[in-house]
Design a protein around this ligand. Structure first.
Ligand SMILES: Cc1cc2nc3c(=O)[nH]c(=O)nc-3n(C[C@H](O)[C@H](O)[C@H](O)COP(=O)(O)OP(=O)(O)OC[C@H]3O[C@@H](n4cnc5c(N)ncnc54)[C@H](O)[C@@H]3O)c2cc1C
Length: 532
């Protein structure tokens, strides 16, 4: 594949005269690799996706995603199709070993501040098929199945990827490589990264069931806080249901999946024997781990998704974290490969995403322990603490909130700390009104409460930065192409200072513009802020 973005030193080409060239090679066509390829294509970047398997992975895994991730699907243009294969999830119920309700956290509204459900249930193979169908419409992406990557060599400004398929061994010289190759990543090994263990390791049996007779259950997630057999139960979509049971030390899956034992586990839902129309789609044992890679980048080689982090699924964020990685990196990499953003922007990927993913994994571990950890005394304590917490104003709202933590500090997440009513302008958090608008070619936007002065308007145009007039007294905020707040400034020169930040990562200059940071012209629009 020949590429207009090629800027290799002659020596690299000389060393690999037979190598094919690609702007970006993506290792792995799981959901994260497919989303990364689509986002890059939307920003005009070609990629080759190399996938070991000849067909998509058919078994159910993820079942939940939140509204920030929904907005990424909207940006890909698949939100309507996602709505058709998913359902809004109304909250969570905690029950004790006798299935008596201890606490319930219920969302009343179907639609949240992003204009979509705050939590959605779906079946991962359905989502992956949808993403692959959508990818097929992107001619900038070449997907090669049956292609197993065997080695990656990181070079200054490029990387060499070697892979094997049924026709032999092949070599690609790429401007960048995205390692979206899952938990056993070869790309991770190639950049010398190791997984940091966040000290969680439990084996769980996951059972997926289909039944034509619908179960009369509430649509939220049920956490069974039974110290002897912690479990989770949820209606996925349509006729599909999932149970997850923690395995005790020394216990094997076969101990639970013998027909009479399985019927006993599912008795609270189906009665003493499983009805004939109940089909066990599959059962599988997973070892849930909490791990984050100690480095996510070497030169132009990056780790994304499960290659960079693995989490127990208690808050349903593994896939979501991977799609956030792709969304964070795609616009930066596209800007660098188009020559619009400086190479320094690429440093911000790990600086922002690693602390965010680490906090998410730690939150999942904490929630897992709070819901299911400990033995009898801990269970009693949990019950009492929960009873008190549920009476604390705001606790329920905090449990149900889908707002993710702020990104780590970087050259593009900087400046003032914002608190109180305008905390949604916190640098590193998403700015709902911009993220929800989901424009695939969006550039930087400044939201301020005044119309720009003539000099500011000229600078906005030169740097290709959009402008929106916000409401209230929140100073001025710089919103990035991925909808995250980069910085907030106050006072008369707030807009000028924010433009200086854009300038610091841009290859164009205010005096004598050579290019533009965003794909679109500066626009003046009005923006309605929601306060989360
Ligand atoms: C039981 C369970 C429940 C879960 N629930 C949730 C949930 O509710 N919400 C949520 O957000 N997440 C959940 N997850 C996590 C989610 O499924 C994963 O985080 C997600 O699938 C990771 O996507 P990925 O693209 O990074 O990796 P993968 O889906 O693993 O894809 C990696 C791809 O890379 C390919 N590959 C690997 N090595 C090579 C190579 N050398 N050459 C070429 N190709 C290669 C593989 O074949 C694979 O297709 C759950 C996971 C499990 C197991």
């Amino acid at each position: 594949m020949s590429q207009e973005h090629a800027r290799h030193p002659d020596t690299e080409r000389d060393h690999h005269p037979d190598a094919e060239h690609a702007a970006v090679v993506i290792v792995g066509a799981g959901p994260v690799g497919v989303v990364a390829a689509t986002l890059l294509s939307q920003r005009g970047i070609d990629s080759v996706v190399l996938e070991h398997h000849t067909a998509p992975y058919p078994l159910p895994r993820a079942v939940h995603l939140d509204d920030e991730v929904y907005c990424i699907l909207r940006e890909l243009g698949v939100d309507d199709r996602f709505a058709a294969i998913s359902r809004p999830m109304p909250g969570m119920r905690l029950v004790d070993g006798g299935h008596r309700t201890m606490a319930e956290f219920r969302r009343d509204a179907v639609t949240g501040p992003m204009g979509c459900p705050q939590a959605s249930m779906f079946d991962q193979p359905d989502l992956e098929q949808l993403l692959l169908d959508n990818l097929a419409a992107h001619s900038r992406v070449v997907l090669r199945r049956g292609a197993t990557v065997t080695s990656i060599e990181s070079l200054p400004g490029s990387a060499v990827v070697r892979y094997a398929d049924t026709t032999g061994e092949h070599c690609i010289l790429a401007d960048a490589v995205l390692g979206c190759d899952g938990a056993n990543s070869v790309v991770r090994d190639a950049i010398g990264a190791s997984m940091l263990d966040l000290r969680f390791r439990e084996r769980w049996l996951v059972i997926d069931v289909r039944t034509s007779a619908p179960l009369l259950v509430w649509g939220g997630v049920h956490q069974i806080c039974d110290p002897h057999r912690p479990a989770t139960f949820m209606h996925v979509t349509g006729t599909r249901y999932r149970w997850e049971f923690r395995l005790a030390d020394g216990e094997e899956a076969a101990d639970l999946t013998a027909p009479e034992v399985l019927a006993g586990l599912l008795e609270p839902w189906f009665g003493p024997s499983l009805p004939a129309d109940v089909e066990i789609i599959r059962h599988a044992t997973y070892t849930f781990r909490a791990q984050v890679a100690d480095r996510w980048r070497s030169g132009r080689v990056f780790l994304l998704g499960d290659a960079a982090h693995q989490t127990p699924p208690f808050i349903g964020q593994g896939l979501g974290a991977g799609l956030r990685d792709a969304h964070n990196l795609a616009w930066k990499l596209a800007g660098v490969l188009h020559g619009q953003l400086g190479e320094n922007v690429l440093e911000t990927y790990e600086a922002e995403r690693r602390p965010h993913a680490t906090r998410t994994v730690r939150a999942a571990v904490a929630v897992g322990w709070a819901l299911t950890g400990g033995q009898d005394r801990a269970a009693l304590l949990r019950k009492n603490v929960l009873a008190v917490l549920c009476r604390v104003p705001g606790f329920s709202r905090a449990v149900l909130s889908s707002a993710s933590p702020a990104l780590g500090h970087s050259a593009l997440v900087t400046g003032n700390l914002v608190t109180g009513r305008l905390a949604h302008r916190q640098p590193g958090r998403v700015f709902p009104a911009v993220l929800a608008a989901a424009s695939p070619s969006r550039g930087f936007t400044i939201v301020s409460n005044h119309t720009p002065k003539p000099a500011e308007a000229r600078a906005l145009r030169t740097l290709g930065v959009g402008h929106s007039v916000g409401r209230g007294r929140g100073g001025a905020a710089l919103i990035r192409p991925d909808g995250a707040v980069a910085a907030v400034e106050y006072g008369r020169s707030a807009v000028t200072r924010l433009l200086a930040l854009v300038q610091s990562v841009s290859t164009s200059t205010v005096a004598g513009a050579a290019g533009s940071v965003s794909a679109g012209p500066a626009r003046l629009t009005s923006i309605r802020e929601t306060h989360s």
